[in-house]
Write a protein that binds this ligand. Structure first.
Ligand code: CAA
Length: 289
């Protein structure tokens, strides 16, 4: 395995920004890109702000904050990631977009570089197949918020090599993440189980079984979860939840994964959750990043 010093991240939203944060904290030089340089710069500013709060709480020194932020370099688009020793893609859950990105990664990254995707449900085998290096394509699924959640779900495509898996596993350990390994079947482990629960909560609301507040309180207090399922859906983004349910429905072909019409309607209305100020619940101010 070649030494990994420079970690490339494509996508500067809440997942990409979180991945850049933990990679820089683990000591990697991080390159972060999005469609526009300004978005990558904004993600860096948000990481700096978050680290500032950690300094205020006494969890980090001011020097550590400066060093971590200093390791993050916003770059212009996919070509800016060319010097990376390892890249991870964290863009929208859109298969054709991901395939297009992996074709470009394959062109610009050195042949030995591993290409990882943070996809939460799309099969890695299909993404790897569009490259000339499917043995070096792997799923590296972080959870939101990335700096807080301990898990990374690793998904091996049919062609992913043992060496690629071992390198990815070692990177996760360096980022102090615990890993689980999933077979490459739509939804993997976490979303195969989580999304049908969220979808069922949407059906419970749709059928008038309870109010959004009661459904969430019931699950939060009754099953000891940190957030109720509708609140969690708003936190993840209802567009992402719908996209994952579509992947489960088409990928597994079972009617039990049919997306709830109310979930679809919220997405149609632009009520995407916290990020847009309204989802199953209302929020005073849309979340940043
Ligand atoms: N980024 C970085 N740190 C964050 C953060 C963020 N976006 N949000 C909260 N934190 C940190 C806070 O700074 C705080 O840190 P300290 O303990 O060091 O002070 C800590 O998290 C707790 O935060 P709060 O006290 O503000 O709030 P909380 O106790 O209510 O916890 C939560 C917030 C961690 C988000 C908690 O509600 C939770 O665990 N929710 C469930 C999250 C979850 O299930 N995520 C997985 C979603 S599924 C997924 O990601 C996969 C997919 O493909 C869809």
């Amino acid at each position: 395995m070649n030494e990994i010093r420079t970690f490339g991240v494509l996508g500067a939203g809440q997942m990409g920004g979180g991945i850049a944060h933990v990679a820089a904290q683990a000591g990697f030089q991080v390159l972060i890109a999005d469609v526009a340089l300004a978005r990558a710069e904004k993600a860096k500013a948000e990481i700096d702000k978050r680290l500032g709060k950690a300094v205020e709480k006494g969890k980090l020194t001011a020097d550590e904050r400066t060093a971590i932020v200093g390791r993050i370099t916003p770059v212009e688009g996919i070509p800016g990631l060319a010097p990376s020793d390892f890249v991870v893609e964290a863009v929208n859950e859109d298969e054709s977009l991901k395939k297009q990105i992996f074709r470009q990664f394959d062109e610009i990254c050195r042949p030995e570089v591993i290409l990882a995707t943070n996809t939460s449900s799309i099969p890695i085998t299909r993404i790897g197949a569009v490259t000339r290096r499917p043995t070096q394509v792997i799923g590296m699924h972080f959870m939101n918020p990335v700096p807080v959640m301990k898990l990374v779900e690793i998904i091996r495509g049919l062609a992913t090599s043992d060496e690629t898996y071992a390198t990815t596993q070692a990177l996760c350990a360096r980022m102090e993440k615990t890993t689980v390994v999933s077979r490459d079947i739509s939804g993997f482990i976490v979303n195969r189980i989580l999304m049908p629960m969220i979808n069922e909560a949407a059906y419970a609301l749709y059928e008038g079984i309870g109010t959004a507040a009661d459904i969430d309180a019931g699950m939060k207090l009754g099953t000891n979860q940190p957030m109720g399922p509708l609140e969690l859906a708003d936190f993840i983004g209802l567009d992402t939840c719908l996209a994952i349910m579509e992947v489960l429905h088409t990928g597994l072909g079972d009617a039990k994964y049919r997306p709830c019409p109310l979930l679809r309607q919220h997405v149609d209305a632009g009520w995407l959750g916290r990020k847009s100020g309204r989802g199953f619940h209302r929020y005073d101010t849309p979340a940043k990043g």
